[in-house]
Design a protein around this ligand. Structure first.
Ligand code: COA
Length: 259
């Protein structure tokens, strides 16, 4: 049987490719488990500075949770399934290393939720986004009802959540759901370039920015500002900070140690 998840390093960027193209990369239990294992290994690896998640084939990023696994599911099993997926997606969102979704086609249901759990999204022009769960008598279970309104506002989110319809990549770009839109043939290069752009700056500052934004979105403005001040203080304790300032003053290129 082909591997469900392909792992490849391009420099310091680890590419995780969900590999079930005949089922449009639908997330069954085995795929979720493989994705979790590979993701945690990437976070733990000193060789890896950023992660890109994509789907195999030309048609789909991920067309959702595997609907075949829904049949006969009890309410308790459904709840556990949602909790397991939510845990993994929350771990991706909480990653100290940047995670980019390279959306190479349909990003539906759990696929759109996976893309939204990533920090940044680069999409191919033919990508389509949607939360079609209501068409199955369900609601999103991997964070869609929570992350979508935070990303695009409640009106646009509810339009997708309540109708189950898809939007094209140009609409997703205009809504701020994706960061960049590129021809499909340029998707890999664009996602890799974005990752490398982030790898060029101070890794500790990147982690602190990720933490400040993620935790700040769940806090009041006052709490968020307090968090920012404390992370600003932590940044000033790093070798990256000393290197960045010294390199600027010497007019040289900083070599950040990542500490
Ligand atoms: N779960 C399980 N299998 C899926 C799937 C999913 N979420 N999405 C697609 N597949 C399978 C199809 O059953 C089909 O399998 P088969 O060839 O063995 O019959 C294969 O992937 C190809 O999909 P198909 O529907 O034939 O492609 P299409 O181009 O006609 O349609 C979609 C593409 C994305 C519009 C359609 O597959 C779809 O609506 N998928 C479900 C999306 C969804 O509801 N996701 C949320 C789940 S909570």
């Amino acid at each position: 049987m082909a591997e469900l998840l392909l792992v490849e390093d391009r420099g310091r960027v680890r590419w995780l490719t969900i590999n079930r193209p005949d089922k449009l990369n639908a997330l069954n239990r085995a795929v979720l488990e493989a994705l979790g294992e590979a993701f945690f290994a990437a976070v733990a690896s000193g060789q890896v500075g950023a992660v890109v998640i994509t789907g195999a084939g030309e048609k789909a990023f991920v067309a959702g949770a595997d609907i075949a696994e829904f049949q006969g599911m009890s309410p308790q099993q459904a709840r556990q399934l949602a909790q397991r997926g939510q845990e993994l997606f929350a771990a991706i969102e909480s990653s100290p290393k940047p995670v980019i979704a390279a959306v190479n086609g349909f990003a539906l249901g759990g696929g759109m939720e996976l893309a939204m759990a990533c920090h940044l999204r680069v999409a191919a022009e033919h990508a389509k986004f949607g939360q079609p769960e209501v068409k199955l008598g369900l609601i999103p279970g991997y964070g869609g009802t929570q992350r979508l309104p935070r990303l695009v506002g409640p009106g646009r989110a509810l339009e997708l959540l309540l109708t189950g319809k898809m939007v094209d990549a140009a609409t997703a770009l205009s809504w701020g759901l994706v960061n960049r839109l590129v021809p499909h043939s340029e998707l890999t290069t664009a996602a890799q370039a974005l990752a490398e752009e982030i790898l060029a700056v101070a890794p500790t500052a990147v982690s602190h920015c990720l933490e400040a934004v993620r935790r700040g979105l769940d806090a009041s403005l006052g709490e968020g500002l307090a968090l920012e001040a404390s992370l600003f203080g932590l940044s000033a304790a790093t070798e990256d900070f000393r290197e960045g300032v010294a390199a600027f003053l010497e007019n040289s290129n900083p070599q950040f140690p990542g500490r």
